[in-house]
Design a protein around this ligand. Structure first.
Ligand code: ASP
Length: 343
């Protein structure tokens, strides 16, 4: 059975090629994809391409772009079996995490990919990333259902749950990692799907619903030895602040000094939601483990468990946009909505 796939090109390195005459990088025309990669015709997929206007370097991405992307997919959801989103690598994990929260009842693959080397450069990693992402977006199981009906990110031989990923190298072709969740598929000669790790919807026939309101009333506070009361208080005093992603040490630990806990407590009492995630790439927040974490728990800091910064920020943006009260935001932060943390 053939699958129909929509490729959405948003910008980034993958969409560049070297101009034969001048040697400079010029945009790659994805609408001529079959001429560029005739071998794609051998896959059991029909491909259409949508290029966003204007295309952007992903450093310029903002929440309004995520809402646009969610609407674009919602409006075309019934026409295609899967979607491949080509995105700059710099903020790909943020966009892909945000989309995972914005979609409700998603039952089709949305596979993000990009490349470290432009697709039109001889040694590109983009060609393999693109072709395999298309294959995964179109893959079905024996019953004809999509194999990976969630928002995922494919890069350099591995398919990840998108909201578990982080860009970890500006140099290596293997630029992304999912430190706290196993790959959804490993790609070698064959694509080996990790069936147990893939998230499946309760029903496949529900209409896709999307949220488009994301709040930017939040900030990240990253702890470091030497963070002063003056700096912390000025961040917490930002007008309109409703949420803080607190990047703590190790298993969720922070200083026990009275001024530090006092400043956080005052913010929480004002209705600011504080979410604790660890600065470590791997591992989980466990505030009950040390006195330095327990104090945070006692003043009402919420545990972000093993969430990435990208997932924590975008989940908070989504919940602050959806809920009015701090209590409602807190309650939903504690539940894994799209498999973004380990229970
Ligand atoms: N600056 C580019 C971007 O994120 C880098 C890339 O695509 O790899 O849009």
């Amino acid at each position: 059975m053939r699958s129909s796939i929509l490729i959405i090109y948003t910008g980034g390195t993958i969409g560049m090629k070297t101009d034969a005459e001048t040697g400079t990088l010029v945009p790659f025309d994805f609408s001529a994809i079959y001429e560029e990669f005739p071998s794609l015709k051998r896959l059991q997929v029909d491909i259409e391409v949508h290029t966003l206007s204007p295309v952007i370097d992903s450093s310029n991405v903002c929440p309004a772009n995520w809402a646009t992307l969610a609407e674009l997919i919602r409006d075309r959801y019934d026409r295609y079996d899967g979607f491949v989103v080509l995105h700059g690598t710099d903020t790909m994990s943020y966009t892909a995490s945000a989309l995972s929260f914005l979609f409700e009842n998603l039952a089709k693959p949305v596979v993000f990919t990009g490349s470290q080397i432009p697709i039109g450069v001889l040694r590109t990693d983009g060609r393999e990333n693109l072709i395999t992402a298309i294959e995964i977006a179109g893959a079905r199981d024996a019953g004809g259902r999509p194999r990976v009906p969630e928002v995922s990110l494919y890069f350099q031989n591995r398919l990840f749950r998108a909201n578990r990923t982080t860009k970890r190298s500006a140099e290596e072709l293997s630029a992304f990692r999912s430190f706290n969740y196993p790959p959804l598929a490993d790609v070698g000669v064959n694509i080996a799907y990790n069936e147990a790790a893939i998230r499946r919807p309760a029903r496949y026939d529900e209409p896709l619903r999307i949220a488009t309101t994301l709040s930017d009333d939040l900030c990240i506070v990253k702890l470091f030895p030497g963070l002063s009361e003056r700096m912390l208080r000025s961040m917490l005093a930002a007008p309109g602040l409703r949420g803080v992603v607190l990047e703590t040490y190790g298993a969720g630990n922070a200083p026990t000094s009275a001024w530090f806990l006092g400043a956080l407590r005052e913010a929480i009492e004002r209705g600011v939601v504080v979410l604790n995630i660890t600065q470590c790439k791997g591992g989980c927040v466990a505030m009950e483990l040390y006195e330095t974490g327990l104090r945070l728990q006692r003043i009402g800091v919420v545990s972000g468990r093993d969430m990435t910064t990208e997932a924590a920020v975008t989940k908070m943006m989504y919940l602050l946009g959806a809920e009015r009260s701090a209590e409602a935001v807190k309650k939903r932060l504690e539940i894994p909505l799209r498999g973004e943390f380990t229970r």
